[in-house]
Design a protein around this ligand. Structure first.
Ligand code: DAH
Length: 344
């Protein structure tokens, strides 16, 4: 806009330059320069007042419009949903923009899970993902927990109002996997499946306990399978994962779905069992395992007199925390970028 009055033209120029840089755009409308023009209007001779007043008002309207445009550009932008589908005919420049890939990274657990599944794939295990919502039948009944059995209390988790369960372990998948693959046994093949999955527990949270975490379940069934196969499988996996020949040991434990049941411990791969801040006293309890209980096989329609099998289940975070010296399990679900980016 052109202003005839020299002074007004100068104020217009100054304020427009300032507007560009100002963080609070509206502050331009309260500027001393603009106020001075209005003050001058009051005291000027009547004959000049009309044209001067008109131009000052024009400047004020122009500034108001500029401020409004700039503000709507910065604060009222519609959020972009980068996952929103768009028609293929939408021209390239009108499509939602993707954020630059440098801003994203693969979650450390996803990356490590790929490594873990790859090792098991090389041992002939197929991967089947577990579910994040399940029911009492798979959570307890198919796993040989009698109704009202006190061991149910170890799996305190969350429930929907309809009675569905956020699974507290990946063992909920055992019955499904056994049923789905039992034909293989009849064909003379073994069942070998690993089941990665997200699980939930009603925990008191601390550096070692999280309400949401990941487990890896393993199931192997065939003829003549025994505990030696179980130990050899896990030892091979751990030696491969830590790239080192590890020592392992088992001690008796109780799970309703295995007989016998074991707690499986790993000789600390970082201090060769001498004792360090990772392991404490040399051994690290890693997971639960055992020979699949005959009742669990029966529930899936597999004859326990012909076939036997082993199973295990353990947390993934623990493995990863040891590998990378991560001190707090809560980092994984924290969405803290400074934590996540260390693994990108
Ligand atoms: N589901 C058990 C838990 O979360 C771990 C477990 C123990 C899984 C023994 C198994 C098993 O498959 O055989 O505490």
């Amino acid at each position: 806009m052109v202003y005839k009055n020299q002074k007004i033209a100068e104020v217009a120029k100054t304020l427009k330059v300032r507007l560009d840089k100002a963080e609070d755009k509206k502050s331009i409308l309260r500027s001393v320069e603009l106020k001075a023009l209005y003050d001058e209007l009051k005291t000027m001779p009547a004959k000049d007042r009309a044209s001067f007043g008109q131009e000052v008002n024009k400047l004020k309207s122009e500034l108001e419009e500029l401020v409004q445009n700039l503000e709507s550009r910065t604060s009222n932008l519609a959020p972009i949903d980068v996952t929103a589908p768009f028609d293929v005919n939408v021209p390239e420049d009108k499509r939602p923009g993707l954020l630059p890939a440098e801003n994203g990274s693969i979650h450390p657990l996803t990356r490590e899970m790929t490594v873990v599944l790859d090792i098991f794939a090389r041992m002939g295990f197929e991967a089947v993902e577990s579910r994040q919502i399940d029911d009492d039948y798979h959570m307890f009944e198919t796993l040989n927990f009698a109704e009202g059995h006190p061991a149910r209390d170890d799996y305190d988790t969350f429930m929907t109002t309809e009675g569905l369960i956020a699974p507290a372990h990946t063992s909920t998948m055992q019955n499904r996997v056994l049923k789905a693959h039992k034909k293989r046994l009849e064909n003379g093949e073994d069942i070998r499946v690993v089941i990665p999955g997200r699980v939930f527990r009603n925990e008191d949270l601390d550096a070692r306990h999280e309400h949401t975490f990941y487990q890896l379940e393993g199931v192997y069934v065939g003829k003549g399978i025994h505990a030696g196969h179980l130990i050899a499988t896990l030892k091979t996996f751990l030696s491969e994962y830590y790239q080192k020949d590890v020592e392992v040991k088992t001690q008796p434990f109780y799970f309703p779905f295995t007989e016998p049941s074991f707690e499986f411990a790993l000789g600390c791969p970082f201090c060769d069992k001498a004792g360090c801040k990772v392991c404490g006293e040399g051994w690290i309890e890693l997971l639960g395992c055992g020979m699949i209980h005959p009742n669990v096989l029966k529930m899936a329609g597999i004859d326990p007199n012909t076939y036997t099998g082993f199973a295990w289940g353990g947390g993934i975070e623990r493995l990863v925390m040891m590998k990378y010296d991560i001190e707090d399990i809560r980092h994984f679900e924290s969405a803290k970028l400074d934590f996540l980016r260390q693994f990108s």
